[in-house]
Design a protein around this ligand. Structure first.
Ligand SMILES: Nc1nc2c(ncn2[C@@H]2O[C@H](COP(=O)(O)OP(=O)(O)O)[C@@H](O)[C@H]2O)c(=O)[nH]1
Ligand SMILES: [Mg+2]
Length: 444
């Protein structure tokens, strides 16, 4: 039996309204002690204007909404008090609720209860968190889909198939003589192969899914004065980075978010790469190399009127680089370079080729793919679980091929199923739940 928790669910500050939430078996009773309305008579999901009072002092006039029984977000009685927005009012209402018998909720505890009461699974709880943090249309859409159960459904389907195959393995263990009547080794192995393919495809979707949610990291590198800072400004449509004709102006890196075509990009302008004796500039160059390593995409910018810069070229990670010829208003270079994403011509100063560059970013991020690929994972936790599942399924297939005893194969199969279950929350530890829900907002 759980106790009744309370928290302020809205950000502390000035606003039109603040919401204080209570959840637990005594939510209605406790809220009843501080409101003038008789909450037991108030029908579920209906709002009523009441006075909030403590020791005869009027704190606020507020709307109270009750959710009876399990018909609430958390799956237990919930009361939401909507007071006037103001940090002090919110705190006074909360304090009154705590004095009336509620306990202050931990971060994410409402969502944790929703999960524990079977209202949502773990993947859906994480999707809510993803929705709250979404900075782009695509991130929002992805998490909305996950909240509505797209990911959970896929996991359950694969899990159900694995359980079916697990039953066959168990039958082989229990009835080694007639076991092969249930299915052939080949058939089981083939079915596992098909599930393995899906598990791997979903794991791979993290590359795009994480770019969509956390933003693709794009690092601009190049020799001093090629126009890196000018390009950042042109993309952002504002003068963010200092632009001068003095080489070595940008000493530290500058990071800015760009939302374009419903996608989030993290643009990083860096110090120009060249040999330098200046200690500050050298530190800046070190940082450039670090950012380049972390980046999903490196834009190698060259001055089209000068051609390729060898010092930049030799440091370029070709497998994730896009060449950008800048200053095509004053020159043209046509060297071929063997980079993963080809080359583009622009003029940051004149604003030429900027839209094409944004489209290129979108294409590289995988965001221009059609809607059917909208089922993607966006969490590293999910990726790790899928990778673990794939590893165990690999062992199962190897075991079948080498005709290991069904008992051992079944063990790997069990591990594969458990790994998959972690995503929706079938078999997870208390520690994991604490860590996961602990990242949530207070009152969520
Ligand atoms: N003609 C021309 N000049 C440019 C262009 N882009 C930048 N510049 C100039 O090149 C100089 C260096 O630009 P900046 O953005 O500071 O280069 P960074 O050192 O790579 O960051 C400045 O004087 C800019 O105005 C361009 O497309 N065409
Ligand atoms: Mg610069």
């Amino acid at each position: 039996v759980s106790d009744t928790i309370a928290a302020i669910a809205t950000p502390l500050g000035m606003g039109a309204v603040c919401i204080i939430r209570l959840s637990g078996p005594d939510a209605l009773e406790i809220a009843g002690r501080i409101t003038s309305a008789n909450l037991d008579n108030l029908p579920s999901h209906k709002a009523r204007l009441t006075r909030i009072e403590e020791d005869g002092e009027l704190i606020d006039e507020a709307l109270v909404i009750t959710f009876h029984g399990s018909a609430s977000f958390t799956g237990e009685p919930v009361v939401e008090i909507q007071g006037h927005g103001g940090a002090l009012i919110a705190q006074k209402i909360l304090r009154a609720a705590l004095r009336a018998g509620a306990r202050l909720a931990e971060p994410g505890e409402f969502s944790l209860r929703a999960y524990q009461n079977g209202k949502i699974d773990l993947a859906q709880a994480e999707a809510i968190q993803g929705m709250i943090h979404a900075k782009s249309e695509r991130a929002h859409r992805l998490h909305m889909g996950q909240l509505r159960g797209s990911l959970s459904k896929k996991i359950h389907e694969m899990r159900a198939e694995l359980l079916g195959l697990f039953a066959i393995l168990e039958a082989w263990v229990d009835f080694p003589e007639e076991g092969l009547e249930f299915a052939s080794f080949e058939k089981v192995s083939e079915d596992i192969g098909s599930i393995l393919d899906r598990v791997c495809a979903l794991e791979k979707s993290y590359a795009t899914g994480s770019k969509l949610t956390h933003g693709m990291r794009i690092c601009f590198v190049g020799a001093p004065n090629v126009g890196k800072s000018s390009l950042l400004n042109a993309l952002l449509g504002k003068e963010r980075s200092i632009v001068t004709d003095i080489a070595g102006t940008t000493r530290d890196y500058i990071e800015e978010e760009l939302v374009s075509n419903g996608m989030l990009f993290n643009l990083i302008d860096t110090a120009g790469l060249r040999e330098s004796d200046d200690p500050i500039e050298r530190e800046g160059i070190e940082r450039t190399l670090g950012r380049m390593e972390e980046a999903d995409l490196v834009c190698a910018i060259f001055d089209a009127s000068c051609g390729i810069d060898a010092a930049v070229m030799k440091r370029l990670p070709l497998e994730k680089s896009l060449v950008i010829w800048n200053k095509i208003d004053i020159g043209r270079a046509s060297q071929e370079l063997d980079t993963a994403f080809g080359a583009l011509e622009i003029s940051a100063l004149r604003g030429l080729g900027i839209e094409e560059l944004k489209s290129k970013f979108l294409e590289i991020a995988g965001g221009s793919e059609s809607g059917e690929s909208d089922l993607m994972i966006t969490s590293e936790r999910h990726r790790a679980a899928l990778a673990l599942c794939a590893k165990h399924l690999g062992h199962v297939r190897a075991g079948l091929a080498e005709r290991h005893s069904a008992e051992f194969i079944a063990l790997d199969m069990r591990s594969a199923i458990e790994a998959l279950s972690q995503i929706t929350g079938g078999s997870v530890t208390e520690d994991l739940l604490d860590a996961l829900f602990g990242q949530f907002c207070l009152g969520k």
